[in-house]
Design a protein around this ligand. Structure first.
Ligand code: ACO
Length: 328
């Protein structure tokens, strides 16, 4: 059986910044509340002419360059997103066309903030079986289009961005590989975070818009509790499965939703925050893009290095959750 490795990484944040001070002018909030409760200082917002696939393409080209591969080398494109360009067709198809990739499979994954980990796990399986050699996995969101900038409980949290990995078949004996992935979903908690209108249950209509059903709604405290519970449990599963003690992990790269959620998960393993990647001060919660964005930033800033043991973990609407143990 083959193994998969991360052969290239890239990310992209739109230029426009929405700071906490900017939000103070839009809703009744303040910089101190946002920083103390979430850790977020600013988030990046896509320009009017940028759709999710445009963000994907920039991140993907950077990852391909890092992998020293051409677009012709790619066998499959997976895009984790809940904010695709259109309801149909998939954003992955637009990415395929814009990159000029030919005769390959391209598909979207809707697992919200866990979408990137779901994508990496699926790519890993396709490589393990020997079916494909190089797979582009992207997590990308333009969440700003679904925000109600009159709702202070949600609009302060989210931002736009994209991150991409090229996953490749590892050469014989190569150690920097995906060790294992542990993914879950609990649809009984679906109503905790939902974008109600626009699907078959509540089609887009003037009435739905008047009721604000085209915006994301959230039960923040319940998500907080479940996020800590599920991420800690998925991390525990990854550690036990690989017989790795918390002190043997070099870095945890968690979904970047809220600094207090991240601290609570780290605390469960007595894991020092100095070895946890926190990048949400710059990005806010970018859902499926958050882990590859944070990972790329941590590599470029000399934190994560080749050969290290990395634990990735996420939770998101669904509720979905997961962890991946990676020897980078
Ligand atoms: N500015 C100022 N005050 C605010 C704001 C704001 N932006 N938002 C809420 N408040 C007020 C509330 O109205 C409340 O006031 P009250 O005490 O008078 O009733 C008070 O602050 C405390 O509100 P809480 O909701 O208890 O605040 P909490 O400490 O729980 O923090 C938060 C709220 C940040 C939303 C937190 O619950 C959280 O991060 N939850 C997880 C959210 C999350 O991660 N969502 C993404 C899921 S991932 C995905 O799939 C996209």
């Amino acid at each position: 059986m083959y193994r998969s490795r991360v052969s290239g990484i890239g990310s992209y944040l739109p230029e426009k910044i929405l700071s906490n001070k900017d939000l103070e002018k839009m809703v009744e909030t303040n910089d101190q509340w946002i920083v103390e409760r979430t850790g977020i200082e600013r988030r990046h917002i896509a320009s009017e002419d940028q759709a999710t696939s445009d963000l994907c393409v920039i991140a993907a080209k950077r990852a391909l360059e890092d992998a020293n591969l051409k677009v012709e080398d790619i066998d499959m494109i997976l895009v984790g997103t809940v904010t695709g360009d259109h309801q149909m067709p998939s954003t992955a198809c637009f990415v395929q066309a814009k990159l000029g990739a030919k005769n390959i499979m391209a598909v979207d994954l809707n697992a919200a903030c866990s979408g990137f980990l779901y994508g990496v796990s699926i790519a890993d399986q396709f490589i393990r079986t020997g079916m494909y050699k190089n797979i582009l996995v992207i997590g990308a969101e333009v969440l700003s289009r679904y925000m109600n900038y009159k709702d202070r409980e949600t609009c302060i949290l989210f931002g736009d961005g994209a991150g991409a990995w090229v996953m490749s078949r590892a050469a014989e004996g190569q150690t920097n590989v995906i060790e294992s992935s542990h993914l879950r979903a609990d649809g009984t908690l679906a109503d905790l975070l939902i974008l109600p209108a626009g699907g078959s249950k509540i089609p887009q209509s003037h009435e739905a818009i008047d009721k604000g059903l085209n915006f994301m709604t959230m039960k923040g405290r319940d998500i907080f509790k479940n996020a800590v519970r599920t991420m800690a449990s998925c991390c525990q599963e990854a550690l036990e499965h690989n017989k790795v003690a918390p002190e043997q992990v070099d870095w945890i790269v968690p979904h970047q939703a809220n600094k207090r959620i991240i601290e609570a998960v780290a605390d469960q393993f007595k894991f020092p925050m100095e070895r946890v990647i926190v990048y949400l001060q710059e990005t806010g919660n970018t859902s499926a893009a958050s882990i590859p964005l944070a990972f790329d930033w941590a590599v470029k800033n000399g934190k994560i290095k080749r050969g290290q043991t990395i634990l990735l973990t996420a939770f998101g609407a669904g509720l979905t959750s997961g962890s991946i143990l990676l020897r980078y």
